[in-house]
Design a protein around this ligand. Structure first.
Ligand code: SF4
Ligand code: MG
Length: 330
C-alpha cells in the first residue's frame, strides 16, 4: 500500500522558564493510505505534540529541532505558513478532544462549516450552504437545515463533536488526525462517533491517526499501533501484535491496567506505579527504567534501539536483544 505520511526521527522541544523540554525525542513512523493508526500512551508521552508538529500547530515556544515530515511525497516540515495553510483543512484535518476549544462560540455552526468550504473549496455562498446541510446530515445531525443558524452552545457535547467532524470532512481530507475525539463523551455517544469515523474511512478512504488512551477503542478501530512513552515510540506493530504478542513491558503494563471484562474478577487491576520521566532532563537510558519490573543494569545507561521483531513489529526494550534473559512480560 502507498505511504501517505512519513515521519522520520522527529524531535520537538519547547523553551520554558526552566529550560528546554524535549517532548518528542526521535519519533519515526509511517501511515499508509486508508489505514487507521492508533497512538496510545499516558499524557505527556508526546502523542499530541507529535501530531501538532505534523500539523504545524505548535505553540510559539515549540519547535521542530530535527527530522523530516513527508506528506504525499513532499516534505512539509520546512514549508512556510501560507503553503501549510493550503494543506491544513484541505488534505489534512484535525479534531480535538474538546470541540468547544476549536469552534468559534460567537458564530453559528452553519456559517463555520460554510467558511471552510468557501475558503478551501472556493464555493459560492449558496453552494456552501447546501454542502454544509449535506455534511450535517452525513454526520448524523438531523434537520441540519434548521440548525444551520444555531450556536455551539445550543448543541450537546456529542453533537458538537459531530459538527467538528463535519468541518474536518468539509474538504474530504486524505488525513484525519483525531486527538482523543471521544474522551469527553459518554459511552453511547462515543460508540456513535467511532462508528461515524469508520463510515468516513470507508466512504472517502481517509487515513486516520487516532490518539487515545482507550485500548478498547484501539482494538476496535486500528490497523496498527504506536505505543509512546517519554517522548519516544516504545512499541510499534499491528494491533494484534500489540495485544497478543506484546514485546514491551510498558505495553504489557497498559494492557494489565485496563479493566478487561474477560479478566475482571480473575486478576486485580494493576495500575502502573510511578510517574513518567521528566522531559526537561530526559534519562540517558530507557525512559521506562524507573517503573519497569524487568529493568536490568544496562537499561539505565543505554537507550534501547527499536528492535525489529518482524516486518511490522518493533520494540524499544533491551529484553529483545539476543543475549537478554528470557522472561515473560505478560
Ligand atoms: Fe524495562 Fe529495560 Fe526494557 Fe526499559 S529496556 S522496558 S527498563 S527491560
Ligand atoms: Mg494529549
Amino acid at each position: 500500500m502507498e505511504k501517505l505520511l512519513e515521519v522520520k526521527n522527529l524531535r520537538t522541544s519547547f523553551d520554558t522558564h526552566h529550560g528546554e523540554v524535549q517532548s518528542v525525542r526521535g519519533v519515526t513512523f509511517d501511515l499508509l493510505k486508508g489505514e487507521v493508526l492508533g497512538v496510545v500512551g499516558e499524557s505527556g508521552s508526546g502523542k499530541s505534540i507529535t501530531m501538532m508538529s505534523i500539523m504545524k500547530l505548535l505553540e510559539e515556544n515549540g519547535k521542530i529541532k530535527e527530522g523530516e515530515i513527508v506528506f504525499k511525497g513532499q516534505r512539509i516540515d520546512n514549508i512556510n505558513e501560507k503553503q501549510m495553510n493550503k494543506i491544513r483543512g484541505n488534505t489534512m484535518s484535525m479534531i480535538f478532544q474538546d470541540p468547544m476549544t476549536s469552534l468559534n462560540l460567537l458564530i453559528p455552526i452553519g456559517k463555520q462549516i460554510m467558511e471552510t468550504l468557501i475558503v478551501h473549496k472556493g464555493m459560492s455562498n449558496s453552494e456552501a450552504f447546501e454542502k454544509a446541510v449535506e455534511l450535517l446530515d452525513a454526520v448524523g445531525i438531523p434537520m441540519g437545515r434548521a440548525r444551520m443558524n444555531q450556536y455551539p452552545h445550543e448543541f450537546s457535547g456529542g453533537m458538537r463533536q459531530r459538527v467538528m467532524i463535519a468541518m474536518a470532512l468539509a474538504c474530504s481530507p486524505e488525513l484525519l488526525i483525531a486527538d482523543e475525539p471521544t474522551t469527553a463523551l459518554d459511552v453511547t455517544i462515543q460508540a456513535q462517533i467511532l462508528d461515524l469515523m469508520r463510515k468516513i474511512k470507508q466512504t472517502i478512504n481517509t487515513s486516520i491517526i487516532l490518539i487515545t488512551h482507550d485500548l478498547g477503542v484501539v482494538a476496535e478501530m486500528c490497523d496498527r499501533v504506536n505505543v509512546m512513552y517519554g517522548g519516544v515510540i516504545v512499541e510499534q506493530g499491528l494491533t494484534r501484535d500489540i495485544f497478543y504478542n506484546t514485546k514491551h513491558p510498558y505495553t504489557a503494563g497498559l494492557l494489565k491496567s485496563v479493566p478487561n471484562p474477560e479478566r475482571l474478577g480473575k486478576e486485580p487491576l494493576k495500575p502502573i506505579m510511578g510517574t513518567p520521566p521528566d522531559l526537561l532532563n530526559p534519562p540517558k537510558g530507557c525512559p521506562f527504567y524507573q517503573r519497569c519490573d524487568f529493568a536490568m543494569r544496562a537499561c539505565k545507561e543505554n537507550m534501547p534501539p527499536l528492535f525489529k521483531i518482524d516486518e511490522n513489529h518493533k520494540s524499544a526494550c533491551w529484553l529483545n536483544h539476543k543475549d537478554a534473559p528470557k522472561v515473560s512480560i505478560r
